[in-house]
Design a protein around this ligand. Structure first.
Ligand SMILES: Cc1ncc(COP(=O)(O)O)c(C=O)c1O
Length: 400
């Protein structure tokens, strides 16, 4: 029998739990009234835990790219020198934003599929440490790689202590442990459509005191994204411009579900689903794209093998209502990606691997049905038994 609901396994927007969808259908409220203030307060305080910060968190009505733009324009001036550490399409986008506003950007570009090794940053900052900011991607969605942020931050603090660290945390936060304050990061951003189980439309920006100080003299032009316009309203729970109230209703409901599950259980679920995806696809003969030491717990990138027509396979997947993502930019046609973030359960991943098996059989690949699912299930159970909660949190790396 056909599934009625698609199994949406792209790396955001993610499928929404029914309680979240229902919350989005509520009647509007006055966005300047006390009910909205309370909603804002609940969301902001719950987000802080996942960012690992005591900073106020700004709720921006914008896609994640808007939050990246806010990180740049609020902290920098035209012709400031910026080191953009990029490991994929989203790192490149962060660099482009800085360039668009007149920063003098040096790219430290790593081969796609690899992480930025701390030694590489050490070498780059050893040559030249006169940067006002360093741009980092936490989880590179285009390649399925999670960077070792605490280790990179430690190198930056040692060799370029005056540089602000601006971090794209869009597709990792909420799914893996993160510690902005312990790692001493200046601006961290994320977006509602990723691990937060809400519709697209809101993004979040956490700004350190050091970055607020930088904002006082930063001269890049800004109006809608001027974070200083947001700051005074945070305590009262108001935003300077009309917010996406329906998305905030959803986010409130999603964060309530996350509270009930607990952060550790959420991280363990992501680790198990990621392990299952990787093991299942490997058992089916696929090669994973990412350096597995840095494999993401929210998205897995998989090489399209020689001789397999991705479009044909994808058509079979779509018939069975499994929706995967293709490759971006230069990886188009070369990889496909499986999202396992936010509202994702092990049975959905096992179902997805099973559908991939069926589709492979349908396109004539020599696959033994059940092999992928068995490997996926074993890997997930191993991870759960070991109690691993995933990448990204060696914890206590503070500014030297
Ligand atoms: C790591 C990363 N950065 C930035 C973005 C851009 O976010 P948006 O599409 O919400 O602008 C995405 C979206 O997929 C992302 O995964």
């Amino acid at each position: 029998m056909q599934r009625f609901e698609p199994n949406l396994r792209i790396p955001g927007p993610t499928a929404l739990p029914s309680a979240v969808r229902e919350a989005g259908a509520r009647q509007m409220i006055n966005h300047r009234g006390p009910e909205f203030g309370a909603l804002f307060g609940r969301i902001e305080s719950r987000l802080k835990g996942y960012f690992g910060t005591q900073n106020d968190i700004i709720l921006l009505t914008a896609a994640g790219t808007g939050a990246l733009e806010a990180a740049i324009v609020n902290t920098l001036s035209p012709s400031d020198r910026v080191l953009a550490v990029t490991i994929g399409a989203f790192g490149d986008r962060f660099a482009k934003i800085a360039t668009a506003y007149g920063a003098e950007v040096t790219k430290l570009a790593v081969d796609w599929g690899q992480a930025a090794e701390p030694a590489l940053l050490r070498e780059a900052l050893g040559r030249d440490h006169g940067y006002q900011a360093i741009l980092l991607t936490h989880n590179e969605t285009s390649t399925g790689v999670t960077n070792p942020i605490p280790e990179l931050a430690a190198v930056a603090h040692e060799l370029a202590p005056d540089a602000l660290l601006l971090v794209d945390g869009i597709s990792g936060l909420g799914a893996v442990p993160f510690a902005q304050d312990a790692w001493d990061l200046d601006v961290v951003v994320s977006g509602s459509q990723k691990s937060w189980m809400a519709a697209p439309g809101m993004s979040f920006v956490s700004v350190s005191e050091r970055a607020w100080t930088a904002a006082e003299t930063a001269r890049m032009p800004r109006f809608y994204f001027d974070l200083a316009q947001h700051r005074p309203g945070i305590a009262a729970g108001s935003t300077p411009w009309t917010p996406a109230v329906a998305v905030l209703f959803q986010l409130d409901a999603a964060l309530e579900l996350m509270e009930q599950e607990g952060a550790e259980a959420i991280f363990a679920r992501h680790a198990a689903c990621a392990a299952a995806t990787r093991a299942g696809l490997t058992a089916l003969g696929f090669e994973l794209f990412a350096d597995q030491r840095y494999a993401s717990n929210t998205v897995t990138a998989v090489k399209v093998p020689e001789g397999l027509d991705w479009k044909g396979l994808n058509a079979e997947l779509k018939k069975r209502r499994l929706v995967l993502a293709g490759g971006q930019g230069k990886l188009q046609g070369l990889i496909f990606r499986v999202g396992h973030l936010g509202s994702v359960t092990l049975d959905e991943i096992l179902g997805a691997v099973g559908v991939i098996e069926e589709a492979l059989v349908a396109v004539g690949r020599p696959v033994s049905p059940g092999v992928g699912v068995a490997a996926a299930q074993r890997a997930a159970l191993d991870v759960l038994a070991a109690g691993s909660s995933g990448t990204g949190s060696s914890g206590e790396v503070a500014r030297a």
